[in-house]
Design a protein around this ligand. Structure first.
Ligand SMILES: [Zn+2]
Ligand SMILES: [Zn+2]
Ligand SMILES: [Zn+2]
Length: 146
C-alpha cells in the first residue's frame, strides 16, 4: 500500500512539514468533491499546461513558480484571511505546498484529497497500479523543488 506513496515521496528533496496549521483552516473544503476536477487543466491565467497547482481553498488552477508563478501570486496576493489560499496541490507529483508555511506539507486530512487526485491522474487509487504510475509520471524536470 505504501509503495506508490513512497515513490511519490522519493521525488522530494526535503521532508515535508507535518504540522501545517492551515490545513485545518480549510475545514469542510477538504471534503470537496474532486471527481470532476481536470488534473490536466491549464493555468487559468496564462494557459500553460506543464506544471499546475490546485488551490484547495477556492479550487482554482494556476501554474507553478517554475512557469509564471500564478499560483504563488494568487496565494500571496493578500486578499482574504491569512489562512486562505495557503494550501495547494500539485498536479505534477500530487504533493501539497503551503504558501504560508513555505514548505511541502503532509497531513492526514489531505490524504482523501491526494487519493482523489491520484485517482484522477492515474485512473486508480494509490498503491494499486505500479505500472501506470511509471508510464504516466515522468520525474519532474530538474526535480529540485524549491
Ligand atoms: Zn501552512
Ligand atoms: Zn500561469
Ligand atoms: Zn485560492
Amino acid at each position: 500500500m505504501a509503495d506508490a506513496t513512497a515513490q511519490l515521496l522519493a521525488g522530494f528533496a526535503v521532508a515535508p512539514r507535518l504540522d501545517c496549521p492551515h490545513v485545518l483552516a480549510l475545514g469542510e473544503r477538504l471534503n470537496a468533491d474532486l471527481s470532476t476536477l481536470d488534473v490536466t487543466a491549464p493555468c487559468e491565467v496564462c494557459g500553460d499546461k506543464s506544471e499546475n497547482w490546485y488551490c484547495l481553498s477556492c479550487g482554482r488552477i494556476m501554474c507553478s513558480r517554475y512557469v509564471q508563478g500564478h499560483m504563488a501570486a494568487h496565494a500571496t496576493s493578500g486578499k482574504g484571511a491569512e489562512d486562505e489560499h495557503a494550501v495547494c496541490a500539485s498536479f505534477s507529483d500530487l504533493s501539497f505546498w503551503c504558501f504560508r508555511c513555505e514548505d511541502y506539507i503532509e497531513h492526514p486530512l489531505l490524504e482523501t484529497c491526494r487519493c482523489a487526485l491520484h485517482q484522477l491522474k492515474f485512473g486508480a487509487a494509490p498503491g494499486t497500479e505500479h505500472v501506470s504510475l511509471e508510464n504516466n509520471a515522468p520525474p519532474p524536470k530538474g526535480s529540485s523543488s524549491k
